[in-house]
Design a binder for this molecule. Sequence first.
Ligand SMILES: [Zn+2]
Length: 72
Amino acid sequence: MLSCKNIAEHAGDIHDRQLPLSRRLAVRLHLMLCNACRRFLKQYALAATTGAKAMERRQTEGDAEQVLRRID
Ligand SMILES: [Zn+2]
């Protein structure tokens, strides 16, 4: 059985769904039994989604123009 440390170490792969079937099943089993890891992965997903949205916003042309206007 996976440990909480294993879950934390592979949080990125779990979030990106990059695990083989046997590992995914082991993760699911662990999450059924461990409330702390369920909360941890929920927070990880929220942070990853928020970070990705922030990166998308930064890369828009409108934002770049706003920054340039403030510099002038
Ligand atoms: Zn755990």
